[in-house]
Design a protein around this ligand. Sequence first.
Ligand SMILES: Nc1ncnc2c1ncn2[C@@H]1O[C@H](COP(=O)(O)OP(=O)(O)O)[C@@H](O)[C@H]1O
Ligand SMILES: [Mg+2]
Length: 294
Amino acid sequence: MLGLSSDSILASRYARIVPPLQNAALVPQRTRSLAWQRFRKGICRTSCKNKLDESNNGAHVAVSRTADPHSVIVHDLRLQLGPPGAKRPVLNGVHLQVKRGSLHMLLGPNGCGKSTLLKVLGGLLVPNGGLVHTDQPSGFVFQNPDHQVVMPTVAADVAFGLGRYNLTEVEVSSAVQSALRLVNLEDFMYRATHTLSGGQRQRVAIAGALAENPKLLLLDELTTFLDREDQFGVLHAVRSIASAHHDVTAIWVTHRFEELRFADAASYMENGRVVFTGTPDEAKAFLRNLGAPV
Ligand SMILES: Nc1ncnc2c1ncn2[C@@H]1O[C@H](COP(=O)(O)OP(=O)(O)O)[C@@H](O)[C@H]1O
Ligand SMILES: [Mg+2]
């Protein structure tokens, strides 16, 4: 948590890490107050501690097993969702292993359970059964950057989640710079976020997650709304992060099969189960067998 009690201390601390912005008035008041509320509550993009819920049919989401080469191990994962009395199975016995340091793509038709699986891995949903082990902490980036990039400047947005830690100004600035370097946006530090392209905003959202040093990046259909240039800008950034950091794993949900060539491995889901896992070439053969134009 923030470790800071009064709003005034928060405000001054916040002011120090937010670089000046001449056209701050252009940022809607609603957006600014939403960001402020999130900052005050210490809500950030990384889910800090996944839950261990033994009361829930013994389903576990546990912490890192560094001796194991896998950053994610999922065994017979089951989850039902829906209103009380009308819950229906969404994950029906998922098995998945993801190698630490890899970029693992997750494919499958709409509604097959990809986002739900990602949310379980990120500790945002507690499963009803099965076993889940993940490296931690994890950082989640969603499809629409407008829901995540809420601060007026790039640097302020990337620093946003760091308000929860008791970091010095220098530490915050250094973490922000390193994260922006990783997504190739170092020169954009003082840019107003509303002037960025969709892909640049996605990279800012990724940098925001990276600033908190996650071991597992969960990336849900980031390129859906992007043009080709932005799509590959984001993909290159994630590819280079997974390549440069042997202890950082990225799980990339996509429906764009051309992105497979960036992956180390891929899985395909159907009806709440993983029905295939293999190399990108094996994945292409699998998809061709399904009749997909790959
Ligand atoms: N909170 C929820 N309550 C009820 N059903 C849900 C909820 N979230 C997702 N679902 C259902 O679970 C299924 C899988 O959803 P999702 O994981 O979002 O699929 P995907 O990401 O593969 O498109 C869908 O049929 C969806 O309607
Ligand atoms: Mg989805």
